[in-house]
Design a protein around this ligand. Structure first.
Ligand SMILES: O=P(O)(O)OC[C@H]1O[C@@H](O)[C@H](O)[C@@H](O)[C@@H]1O
Length: 287
């Protein structure tokens, strides 16, 4: 029998603490349906959250997994990355199952969202933890009478001990839009070694498996498998030293402890006719 999980508080905000029978855990804020923590069974924290982030209504949390919807970055008239990450979501269910723990959260249009974006929608975020895997699925349904289109991303901040010891594999051969110098390029090298500001939208990433590698001080290697379904693109972002210093909610050296690898659909926005739905998932597995 699934065991219901009650709402608790985390950093002064409503949250659910998912715990699977094998010990895998995740913390999800109702604010923004924001996954704040993921601890695979037998391992330690895999997500980065800035120690300087605000936890306040109407503000975005810096770290974890912000939900970007219905606009990516400043590619449209809305606030940066859209409104979903700063809205209170409703908890639909949270429970521990026989071999996992699952929470489902929902956001529907209201008068405030329709002022910004005149569409009737229902978004659902499902977060599932079990063993060494975290699955985050975002679904969206058009509940109105006219078609709409949107861009979206699961903006995952992956925690690092040291950026210089990290590399990302699996992107070679892909086209990408480099948001730093606003040009189209092709990834030539197999391993992306992050250094300096990195802000790229890799296109048509579906079917690719990315792996974040990190050499740990004890000589071992951490490997995090990053897969996506439904999302077409992937964003790789690190602000680098200068941009990080300018972010009020990040410590100056915070960029060394994170790399964002985001499952996204940006280049070809998703179009939904009345009654149609879309879903996409990011799947993280600690190998
Ligand atoms: O500071 P924000 O609004 O959370 O955005 C962080 C970054 O998010 C990334 O997804 C974008 O590619 C970057 O351009 C952006 O700077």
């Amino acid at each position: 029998m699934p065991q219901a999980i009650a709402i608790t508080r985390h950093q002064g905000m409503e949250a659910v603490e998912l715990v699977a029978p094998d010990g895998a855990r995740a913390t999800v804020l109702l604010h923004g349906a924001h996954v704040l923590s993921w601890i695979p069974a037998g391992a330690d924290e895999q997500l980065y959250v800035s120690p300087k982030t605000a936890y306040a209504s109407g503000q975005a949390v810096r770290g974890g997994v912000p939900v970007v919807f219905p606009q990516f970055a400043e590619r449209g008239p809305l606030q940066k990355h859209g409104f979903a990450r700063t809205k209170p979501w409703q908890l639909v269910s949270a429970e521990q199952g026989e071999d996992d723990a699952l929470a489902v959260l929902r956001l529907r249009d209201d008068a405030a969202t329709r002022m910004l974006w005149p569409h009737a929608f229902e978004a659902e975020l499902s977060v599932r933890v079990a063993g060494r895997t975290l699955e985050i699925e975002l679904a969206c349904e058009n509940r109105g009478e006219a078609a709409f289109s949107f861009a979206t991303a699961l903006h995952s901040y992956l925690r690092l001990g040291d950026l210089d010891a990290a590399s990302l594999a699996g992107l070679s051969g892909l086209r990408y839009f480099d948001s730093v110098d606003r040009s189209e390029k092709t990834q030539r090298v197999e391993l992306l070694l992050p250094s300096g500001e990195l802000d790229r939208i890799y296109e048509q990433v579906l079917e690719r498996e990315l792996t974040l590698h990190e050499q740990l001080p004890d000589g071992s290697e951490r490997r995090l498998l990053i897969r996506q379904q439904g999302f077409e693109d992937a964003v790789v972002w690190n602000p680098g030293a200068d941009k990080c210093a300018a972010l009020a909610d990040m410590p100056a050296d915070g960029f060394r402890q994170m790399l964002c690898v985001e499952a996204a659909t940006i280049m070809r926005p998703i179009e939904l006719q009345p009654g149609e739905s879309w879903a996409g998932m990011q799947i993280l597995t600690l190998l």
